[in-house]
Design a protein around this ligand. Structure first.
Ligand SMILES: Cc1cc2nc3c(=O)[nH]c(=O)nc-3n(C[C@H](O)[C@H](O)[C@H](O)COP(=O)(O)OP(=O)(O)OC[C@H]3O[C@@H](n4cnc5c(N)ncnc54)[C@H](O)[C@@H]3O)c2cc1C
Length: 480
């Protein structure tokens, strides 16, 4: 990696959350020293912290993200399992209600989704990153309770970060400068890089937003009697005619999380009684019925800002030298698709590969953009029907995507071949082009629309050999 006169072979990561820790992993062995500045103090054990407010809500790690995480930090999936993360085989272990009925439970065994609370996931990843750092030649220092308040440098190059301590008396909170050869912004969706660009004399990067106006409300439960606990998780996403949804999934320690969601005009309430009543109004009463067998373990927590927002740092001239942007600071997604953490891991892997191969930071940022692209297309394609008029207008390609996805979701619920392709793409293990392979298009467009199952299926169905082989072929690395 290129050296810089002030910072030498050093890196500074803004934000010690998931993307920040994965950035450290990507840089270990490539620089001599890494400083992480984190606004919070990390809590003892597996506790919630203010800097990651979304951590109260249901978080699943898709198979594509798991692969990237494991490649970055081998052994992490086992460590998450040891910490109680639950593994859900899709679609077998996740009953899903689509607009046309319940999805069939194919025993595909190709996509395991991990379900675990964010405090556990973050703590396990952080612990493993710091342990890997301690074994490496790279010195890693984490400055907790330290907030980045600006960038240093000029319009062409970032040379460091201005930071302020959040501990102690105000006099001790003076702003100071930390120099670094490379600065990585991993400060999450509240990143202030667009404003900081202004201070450096740069224009903010181009930003695209598609906002379905979705709000979340989440509560933790525990089955009253473990013997009658549900065997599998349930997902009833909203759809245009019923834009309210809910997902009920197991997490560690025998607890379950219920997240209810709704678009503008259908936001789920945070009052406990109203929350329970809302669960009866989503597209199917099944989740509401399950709640009768569980007792609440937490208050109801709400979350409002769920827009898809992408900043185009990879575009020509949009990135000063010595700077990279990763995770939610670069791109956030409607959380209902469960992609953000996986994309952060895929992005970190892309950074590691590019820099280790002698590539520049601009090339690394373009690699991050390529890692973002499939998830972005899937999320904005699915969210278009709910987008607000101020959002970037849909091009013909996006409108076609939305029309096609609608048919594909209906077909995927009943068809093992189309279902396999759909899961490959939405679990981020195959590019979106898999959805337009001739055989998938033929089945999606020309086979007659058929309803899904009328009630949540109890039976698991085998998968014919054909789809298994096709899916295995699709999973083989393409080298690209
Ligand atoms: C309601 C909800 C549900 C979600 N569900 C899923 C899901 O099921 N699956 C999935 O993959 N993704 C999900 N996501 C997305 C996921 O939460 C994010 O993609 C992920 O947390 C991104 O990691 P990050 O490190 O970029 O940001 P964060 O996790 O938000 O971490 C940012 C870190 O930066 C620190 N920080 C911020 N500003 C500063 C500063 N100025 N100086 C120093 N430190 C700073 C913060 O304290 C924090 O530690 C969900 C998101 C939401 C909102």
């Amino acid at each position: 990696m290129a050296e810089h006169s002030n910072g030498g072979r050093t890196a500074l990561v803004i934000g010690g959350g998931l993307a920040g820790m994965l950035a450290v992993t990507a840089l270990i062995g490539q620089v001599d020293a890494i400083t992480v500045v984190e606004r919070d103090r990390y809590p003892e054990g597996h506790a919630f912290r203010k800097g990651v407010p979304q951590a109260r809500h249901l978080h699943v790690l898709l198979s594509g993200g798991q692969r990237a995480l494991e490649e970055l930090l081998p052994g992490t999936l086992d460590a998450l399992g040891d910490a109680g993360a639950r593994s859900l085989d899709l679609p077998r272990d996740l009953l899903t209600r689509t607009p046309t009925g319940w999805q069939r439970r194919f025993d595909e065994r190709r996509h395991r989704t991990l379900s675990v609370t964010r405090p556990v996931l973050d703590a396990v990843v952080r612990e493993r990153v710091l342990r890997a750092a301690a074994r490496s030649a790279t010195r890693v220092e984490v400055l907790e309770a330290t907030e980045a308040v600006g960038l240093t440098g000029d319009a062409h190059r970032v040379t460091g970060v201005r930071v302020r301590s959040r501990d102690g008396v105000p006099a001790g909170r003076a702003v100071r400068e930390l120099a670094a050869g490379l600065v990585v912004d991993a400060s999450g969706s509240g990143s202030r890089t667009p404003q900081w660009y202004g201070d450096l004399g740069r224009t903010a990067p181009h930003e695209e937003t598609v906002d379905a106006g979705l709000a979340y409300a989440t509560r933790m439960y525990r089955p009253k009697d473990p013997a009658t606990a549900p065997e599998v998780a349930v997902n009833v996403p909203g759809w245009p005619e019923c834009p309210r949804g809910g997902a009920y999934v197991p997490v560690e320690d025998g607890n379950w999380l219920l997240t209810l969601s709704g678009v503008r005009g259908h936001h789920p309430p945070t009052d406990a009684t109203e929350f329970t009543a809302f669960s009866a109004t989503i597209g199917d009463p099944y989740v509401h019925e399950l709640l009768a067998r569980a007792e609440p373990r937490s208050p109801v927590y709400g979350f409002r800002d769920t827009r898809n927002r992408r900043r185009r740092f990879e575009r020509s001239g949009a990135l000063p030298e010595g700077f990279l942007v990763l995770g939610d600071a670069c791109c956030t997604f409607n959380p209902v698709y469960g992609q953000g953490m996986s994309v952060a891991a895929l992005g970190a892997l892309a950074v590691r590969g590019t820099l280790a191969g002698g590539g520049s930071t601009a090339e690394a940022q373009r690699a991050v953009a390529r890692a973002v692209e499939p998830a972005w297309l899937a999320a904005v394609g699915a969210d278009r029907p709910y987008a607000s008029p101020e959002d970037a207008t849909a091009g013909a390609g996006e409108r076609l995507t939305t029309w096609y996805l609608d048919r594909l979701v209906a077909r995927a619920a009943i068809d093992p071949v189309v279902g396999a392709a759909f899961r490959d793409v939405f679990c981020l293990t195959a590019p979106p082009t898999r959805l337009v392979a001739p055989r998938i298009v033929l089945r999606t467009v020309f086979l007659p629309r058929r309803p899904g199952l009328p009630s949540p299926p109890t039976a698991v169905e085998g998968v014919p050999a054909g789809p298994r082989k096709a899916a295995a072929a699709a999973r083989r690395p393409t080298g690209g």
